[in-house]
Design a protein around this ligand. Structure first.
Ligand code: 5AD
Length: 354
């Protein structure tokens, strides 16, 4: 058997993968039979999830951020960024629209905005939970204290997305200012797991300075963390950041990583992200065909969408939520899939059970 197939079998078998094993795959990706890999990953998705694609309604609650990550358009030093935050009522309106459209997961995402104290955030989460007890609540609000994560969980949050961004210390320091550390990021992720959240980690593909060795460590870190969700997307430069002139990640590299992740983590919730849809008009479909099984259309109010500008040319900023969902439904049907109306929990976490 070729080294390629031997290693892919190893990935899929769940046996230990050394750094050198991941590295070999990453270094040989250009010459590998990638269509065959994507088909294989898609077959795993179909075996585990059928043709149903889970949807999450994304509500971008705040474009204020106290952090200064070099890649992100919402970084605090970006004086050109336009800032907004949604009120509790606006967020609840988004949920109402979303519920009627068939969303059974609401993702509240925002920059690290001190306005959303534990008290304010718990109030919002518990009200969503009260009004929509059958919906799952996912938070994506960055690094907070253990106490904060605990209170939010008690208020009704089910899941938490916190990409690790890169699992290599030196690379983490290339992407972030000195006050942020990979060690703390990882600590947050393990804390969230311990508190009983379904946890999502992830990274950008093609971020500035990323090497194959760094990516190999990302896969190893995910092996260690065993998250229920993995969010990856291509790096897309933003014109008002220090990385404005850096090249973006490629569609092929992102698909390659998605496919490897599906083989390694057959049951993981793996979105075909907006970033992938931004760099390729068929990006999300291609992501699904390479093993992804989640899409996250935007439920944010249309007048704030454009302001949540993580990177340039972000898609779907002018669409109403209903349009977004209908358009995605059509796109999914065109590739033999359909959107589901369910919470789409990770195995073992169904209906909020833990
Ligand atoms: N390109 C792609 N993804 C980005 N993110 C932030 N900035 C960019 C960018 N320029 C991603 C980060 C973050 C998530 C909310 O968005 O990975 O975790």
């Amino acid at each position: 058997m070729t080294r390629e197939l031997e290693l892919l079998d190893r990935v899929e078998s769940g046996q230990p993968m050394a750094h050198a094993d991941w590295l070999w795959l990453l270094e040989h990706r250009e010459t590998m039979d990638r269509p065959a890999l994507y088909d294989r990953a898609r077959a795993v998705r179909e075996r585990e999830f059928g043709f149903g694609i889970h949807t999450r309604g994304l509500i971008e609650i705040s474009s204020f951020c106290k952090n200064d990550c070099y890649y992100c358009g919402l970084r605090r030093s970006n004086a050109h960024a336009s800032r907004y935050r949604l009120t509790k009522e606006q967020i609840l309106d988004c949920c109402e629209t979303g519920w009627k459209l068939g969303f059974r997961t609401f993702v509240l995402q925002g920059g690290e905005d001190a306005y959303y104290t534990d008290e304010r955030m718990c109030d919002i989460v518990s009200e969503i939970h009260r009004r929509y007890p059958e919906a799952a609540i996912t938070l994506s609000l960055g690094e907070r204290s253990e106490e904060s994560y605990r209170r939010l969980k008690e208020a009704g949050a089910d899941r938490y997305l916190l990409r690790h961004e890169t699992a290599t210390d030196a690379h983490y320091r290339m992407l972030h200012p000195p006050e942020l550390s990979l060690a703390h990021r990882k600590e947050c992720l393990f804390t969230l797991k311990r508190l009983g959240y379904q946890v999502g980690a992830g990274f950008m593909v093609g971020s500035p300075g990323q090497t194959n060795a760094d990516l190999a460590r990302d896969f190893q870190f995910l092996d260690e963390l065993q998250p229920q969700m993995i969010g990856i997307g291509s790096f897309v430069p933003h014109h008002d950041t220090p990385f404005a002139q850096k090249p973006g990640g490629t569609v092929e590299d992102t698909l390659f990583c998605l496919a490897l992740l599906r083989l390694r983590f057959p049951k993981v919730l793996l979105p075909a992200t907006t970033a992938l849809g931004t760099i390729d008009p068929k990006g999300r479909e291609r992501g699904i065909l390479a093993g992804a099984n989640v899409v996250m259309p935007n439920l944010s109010p249309v007048d704030t969408r454009k302001q949540y500008e993580l990177y340039d040319n972000k898609i779907c900023t002018g669409e109403e939520a209903a349009e977004s969902r209908a358009a995605l439904e059509a796109r999914m049907q065109a590739i033999g899939c359909h959107l589901t109306v369910d919470r789409g929990d990770a195995p073992g976490f169904e209906a909020g059970g833990f």
